[in-house]
Design a protein around this ligand. Structure first.
Ligand SMILES: [Zn+2]
Length: 148
């Protein structure tokens, strides 16, 4: 069953707006990378994105995918997360939220119900810094790895 027919219109509008403001162009390659990110459940690495793009676009180069991801990150369309012993993972959800990574199998999923805004508020209140970015890395054992 084919389910991926473009992105939701709200996300689409937001992305177009970010491209417009940045002066970058939403090229077909950048669009293909975005579609692959959307398709990949969880939080894919650049390599995962590359393999997905390659299925429809056999001649795409890994370097092209890296460049597209870097532009998308620069203009705030995607976020990247870094766990130790794992390649950088990319996330289309750029709202402040927590992700947890299984230390054994590497699966990454979102943690619901944790309010990060409050944390940033506290940091602003307790330090003279202007907070630009908060990254928290959480690791655990997923249910299947706990059973194994
Ligand atoms: Zn696991």
């Amino acid at each position: 069953m084919e389910t991926t027919v473009g992105m939701s219109s709200v996300l689409e509008q937001d992305i177009r707006e970010k491209f417009r403001r940045s002066g970058y162009t939403l090229t077909s390659q950048r669009r293909a990378v975005l579609e692959a990110l959307k398709e990949a459940r969880g939080h894919p690495s650049a390599e995962d994105v590359y393999l997905t793009v390659k299925r429809k676009n056999p001649r795409v180069a890994l370097g092209t995918v890296y460049q597209a991801l870097s532009v998308l990150e620069e203009i705030g369309v995607v976020d990247s997360k870094h766990w130790s012993e794992s390649p950088t993972r990319y996330d289309l959800n750029v709202e402040p939220h927590l992700d947890i990574r299984c230390a054994r199998c590497g699966a990454v999923s979102e943690i619901p119900g944790v309010e990060l805004g409050e944390l940033e508020e506290n940091i602003r209140y307790n330090t003279p810094y202007e907070v630009k970015r908060t990254t928290i890395v959480v690791e655990g054992l997923c249910p299947s790895c706990r059973e194994a």
